[in-house]
Design a protein around this ligand. Structure first.
Ligand code: HEC
Length: 173
């Protein structure tokens, strides 16, 4: 029960940034590259899981979703960390800590992507340090899409628009 309450509270903690200004109608709040990334995010399936104003945090989902992608690790975009080591077939990264998600079934909460570019390292065990690699893994394992380097950069540019100004809390006595 407690995790439900904390989850509900956390979803109210949204920072305000370029993405919000864009949604409010300021077309110049985000650049053209970010707009291309947003189009990919909205049309290729990312938003199916990372949804709502929090851009995530709403559901539990299987990861990796595509078993075949788990086994066959074709990495056509080899400019991106070619030496990323896959030491456990369960994840496309090292299985540090051995946590296998809810019930041991590789079910994880879909993370909120607000401020995601500021909160490396990524995934439940922090095994991935670059946001580009996290996006590449998501495309391949959750959507079955091998994004090009350019598409990954566009998605990352969009994710940057989810950065927000931090809220200042004042203690009132
Ligand atoms: C089927 C559901 C699903 C889809 C589709 C999906 N994701 Fe995810 N995403 C997840 C889950 C679940 C995790 C957490 C996995 C973990 O912690 O090991 C995650 C993690 C992430 C992370 C790391 C977040 C963190 O805090 O560490 C990023 C970045 C991300 N996704 C971006 C994307 C992008 C970009 C797309 C589209 C290319 C996408 N996701 C598509 C379910 C999904």
């Amino acid at each position: 029960m407690l995790h439900v309450i904390i989850g509900a509270y956390e979803r109210t903690l949204l920072t305000y940034g370029a993405y919000d200004r864009f949604l409010e109608g300021d077309d110049s709040a985000i650049n053209e590259k970010a707009k291309r990334g947003m189009t990919i995010f909205l049309t290729k399936g990312c938003k199916g899981c990372h949804t709502g104003m929090s851009v995530g945090g709403q559901s539990l989902q299987k990861f990796p979703l595509r078993a075949d992608a788990r086994i066959y690790d074709f990495r056509p975009n080899l400019e991106i960390n070619p030496d990323l080591k896959i030491t456990d077939k369960k994840f496309p990264f090292e299985n540090i800590g051995g946590f296998l998600g809810k019930g041991g079934n590789q079910i994880f909460r879909v993370p909120i992507l607000r401020n995601i570019t500021k909160t490396a390292p990524y995934f439940h065990n922090g095994a991935i340090k670059d946001i580009e690699d996290a996006v590449e893994i998501m495309g391949r394992h959750q959507l079955g899409i091998n994004f090009t380097k350019e598409e990954i950069e566009e998605i990352v540019e969009f994710l940057k628009t989810l950065e927000g100004e931090l809220v200042e809390y004042k203690i009132v006595d």
